[in-house]
Design a protein around this ligand. Structure first.
Ligand SMILES: *[C@@H]1O[C@H](CO)[C@@H](O)[C@H](O)[C@H]1NC(C)=O
Ligand SMILES: *[C@@H]1O[C@H](CO)[C@@H](O)[C@H](O)[C@H]1NC(C)=O
Length: 455
């Protein structure tokens, strides 16, 4: 039997009821939304100093920063020693192109960070602001970013654009420390990296290029993975494997990216995703993607070579800095990771986490020239770094210890290195033997003396 057809009055009553219900739901939503808005005012964040009439923002900053002093504690009773911040910073970054003005914490996040957390350190230029904002929203953890502003007539305009960027996303205020570098030198990448790391406020930092999307819940995985934390605490590096889409268009919108290894695997098998820059395998293949797809445990990188430039998390304390003589494209990050590796830091790969490149067109022409120059510099740098660390290891008597293994493996590839080192090693062994003999003699002497006493 069919239900009776409702009368007009019943029908209109029902409509009225539905309308009332919908109305009250909407009202409630609106009410709570406005309550929430009122309780959460979104203040506009400004740099520490505002422009005074007739002065650019930067002029004011400049004056103020130059007045900051660092205090050096001295034994009680002596006055503290003061040094101007400008002087301190100029020494910290003394191997960079000068003059250069660093403004630390131009914006500072309001949060206090867990010292055990990982701060993302990265560099951005003006055209990368939107993608940076996505990174911040996605990570929801500490971020320390270096921003270069050209010291020209657009300087103050660009600083105010930076302020707009900072205010455009409420997560900036929560998580992001901005350090500004004002000078006339584009692309001092390694200096900018060091600035971001120097002012990072937790014990670990990740060196990430801003256009990479962290696809997984990295912070959660790290907090659960005892093995990974062990590696990090010991001062070794952990790596997130890097991928990219084969078709540029597919790699634009990170909301469509895979969120776990299984989904990534499917896209990889379908050849829609590949390892990052597979036209230059040496950049990333030491990550050993084959092993990575098969394992769910942290594993050690065994095929390191000097062109390897993965995305790493490192301990802030005890990790060598990036050499700041590398300016422009090419070799800068590889050089940094080379020195870190030969200093005795081992590289491990995280089993669950990965990053995918978000496509954008490259400016190839400038890159070519700079690459050529930096390739030459990198050769010299490797030799120099090898001898510097070799000397240090011998002096510290760790030449035969595990710490020197990475160095021996890499530096051994440099022509002429082994022959020179043989001489050093002989010298050092002679020195050590002499030292031994001296020690034995003196302890014998002591024993003789002691026994004498006893008798
Ligand atoms: C400054 O702003 C201009 C456009 O207003 C832009 O083209 C330029 O890249 C910016 N420079 C820096 C160093 O941010
Ligand atoms: C990485 O690629 C280089 C260059 O193609 C090759 O010589 C090397 O054997 C590869 N290494 C690994 C671990 O696959």
């Amino acid at each position: 039997m069919r239900p009776p057809v409702p009368t007009t009055t019943a029908l209109s009553l029902r409509y009225a009821g539905v309308a009332y219900l919908a109305g009250s739901v909407l009202f409630t939503i609106y009410y709570f939304a406005s309550l929430y808005r009122n309780s959460q005012p979104v203040p506009v964040v400004k740099p520490k100093v505002m422009t005074e009439p007739g002065m650019g923002t930067f002029d004011v900053e400049n004056i103020l920063y130059s007045q900051q002093v660092m205090n050096w504690q001295t034994p009680r009773g002596f006055p503290e020693h003061e040094t101007e911040e400008d002087a301190v910073l100029s020494k910290i970054f003394s191997s960079t192109m000068q003059p250069s003005k660093v403004l630390p914490y131009y914006f500072k996040a309001i949060r206090q960070f867990d010292p055990e957390s990982v701060t993302i350190t990265t560099l951005i230029t003006f055209d990368r602001y939107p993608i940076f904002s996505k990174l911040v929203t996605n990570y929801q953890g500490p971020v320390s970013v270096s921003i270069h502003i050209n010291d020209d007539e657009l300087r103050d305009e660009n600083l105010s654009k930076l302020q707009d960027m900072y205010n455009s996303n409420p997560y900036m205020r929560e998580f992001v420390d901005v350090h500004v570098i004002v000078d006339k030198f584009d692309r001092q990448f390694n200096m900018w990296r060091n600035v971001a790391r120097f002012f990072a406020r937790s014990n670990y930092f990740m060196m990430l290029d801003v256009d990479f999307h962290i696809c997984t819940n990295l912070q959660r995985h790290l907090s659960l993975d005892a093995q990974a934390r062990e590696v990090m605490r010991a001062g070794n590096a952990v790596i997130l494997p890097a991928f990219e889409y084969v078709e540029q268009e597919e790699g634009v919108d990170s909301t469509t990216f895979p969120k776990n290894k299984q989904s990534l695997r499917q896209l990889f098998d379908q050849k829609r995703i590949t390892t990052f820059h597979d036209f230059f395998p040496k950049g990333h293949n030491a990550t050993d993607y084959e092993t990575w797809f098969l394992t769910d445990e942290v594993y050690k990188v065994t095929a390191y070579q000097h062109s390897y430039e993965p995305y790493v998390i490192l301990r802030k304390e005890g990790t060598p800095w990036c050499d700041e003589r590398f300016i422009g494209y090419g070799a800068n990050k590889a050089a940094c990771l080379f020195e870190i590796y030969i200093s005795g830091i081992d590289y491990y790969v995280l089993p669950q986490d990965f990053v995918i490149h978000q496509s954008h067109p490259y400016k190839e022409e400038t890159r070519k020239q700079e690459r050529k120059y930096n390739r030459k510099l990198y050769q010299n740098f490797q030799e120099e770094a090898c001898f510097r660390y070799s000397r240090g290891f011998m002096r510290d008597h760790v030449w035969d210890a595990d710490k020197a293994r990475n160095l021996k493996e890499q530096c051994g590839k440099i022509r002429g290195y082994s022959q020179v080192m043989e001489l050093f090693v002989e010298d050092i062994h002679v020195d050590e033997e002499e030292e031994e003999v001296r020690k034995e003699r003196s302890s014998e002497g002591k024993k003789g003396h002691d026994s004498h006493k006893v008798v």
